[in-house]
Design a protein around this ligand. Sequence first.
Ligand code: SAH
Ligand code: SF4
Ligand code: F3S
Length: 473
Amino acid sequence: MSGSYSGVLKATAGVSEKNLYLESYGCQMNFSDSEIVASVMADMGYGVTDELERADVVMINTCSIRENAEQKVRARLQHFRSLKRQKPSLVIGVLGCMAERLKSKLLDQEQLVDLVVGPDAYKDLPGLLEQVQGGQQAVNVLLSREETYADIAPVRLGSNGVTAFVTIMRGCDNMCSFCVVPFTRGRERSRDPQSIVAECLELWQNGYREVTLLGQNVDSYRWKYSQEGPQNSGSESGEIRFSELLQLVAEISPDLRVRFSTSHPKDITDEVLHTMAQYQNLCKNIHLPVQSGSTTVLARMNRTYDRAWYLERVDAIRRILPDCAITTDVISGFCGETEAEHQETLTLMEAVRFDSAYMFAYSERPGTLAARKYPDDVPEETKKRRLSEIMALQDRHSVERNGQEEGQIQEILIEGYSKKSKEDFCGRNSRNKMVVFGAVPGISFGQTVSVRILRSNKATLIGECLVESEVEL
Ligand code: SAH
Ligand code: SF4
Ligand code: F3S
């Protein structure tokens, strides 16, 4: 999950007459959507550039999850506008969740952009761009109950050629009271499993060795089918659930690693855990956002599980998948959170000892249930202090969990050179931990090698490649 909720993806340069510069913020699903956008734009003759000065169209795929995510985008839009003063033909488009949330306000009030496109309207980009090029502003923020972009082959952006995201469902039907996603992404819908398997198979055939299946709540993946069976057997109908989808993707090849995100504690089933146990290529990491350790806070958050339920799900993971890493998301200072409730988050963390966590101070989002129902009454300093307590505790647990991996020999899929040096490779183990080790001549990205873990810190494992084991690769 590293980098899933922040960060910028700059697309790689291409050779084309018309150039699109595309920046992405937010979750992995947004990054995955940008690959759909690049595909739609490629059909119109646009190549993707990473040089802003060469762009004819600038698009920013945005996130609304917290106030500061939107502030970053506004700052970027100001910058793009200053470029437009020098190059009036430049088209500036806002895509994604902020486009959906603010709709035409982005055009009317702020005069920052030409084009506003919500997450379900990317197929309409050709018509919208034409409108803009004809001198008008253009907006399409209609949400859909069906759109899954199943028929669009994504253009892989900024790809390492080894790992890729595959969106399996869109939208969210949960109503967590703090969360803007149901408003920006609309109703939950699952994508046809055949198109998912076809996309994963194609990735495999193109040399990719890991896919991450994406959805806001993958455990509620569901596809109803009905088809004519062979003669005399009549028609067949049934349902494919997430555990069956996992099985279908895992069976593409035992050498294709499969990850998924995000699991919802109320929905993750024992079948999913048993399926993970059955296939070694289903990676042993579950991202299970807890948000709070307090039953009363969870009730106000409308998460529909309580502390005991969450701990029971963790027990099930430990029982069925003893080697599985568990990561989480935590929010500090949600509406009405008392000191005692905050302490319950810390004691839950102590009980679970997460491998890693994304931790946030609560940020009120306009229009959400919480914004309408509860005052945002925990003072900013208190939210920050609680957040730093949560972070300090998580640092200790990350160090402890990573330390437990020292001495192990693990299979690492090489993703590239380490950030710091071309003399080192980096890749992840099944538990999604980044491992750095000395590069070995004759071995390259996309290969899986055995690595002995020598040292660790809170973020990384450091190892040595066991060269003998390459022979079979
Ligand atoms: N679908 C995922 C989460 C998507 S949003 C799930 O249900 O777990 C990613 C994370 O952002 C959430 O898990 C939550 O921890 C955080 N988040 C969402 N809304 C927030 C808000 N208003 N303030 C602070 N953090 C928030
Ligand atoms: Fe937001 Fe809850 Fe849906 Fe996750 S499950 S996207 S937190 S509403
Ligand atoms: Fe952000 Fe939208 Fe994802 S609000 S976290 S980009 S679904």
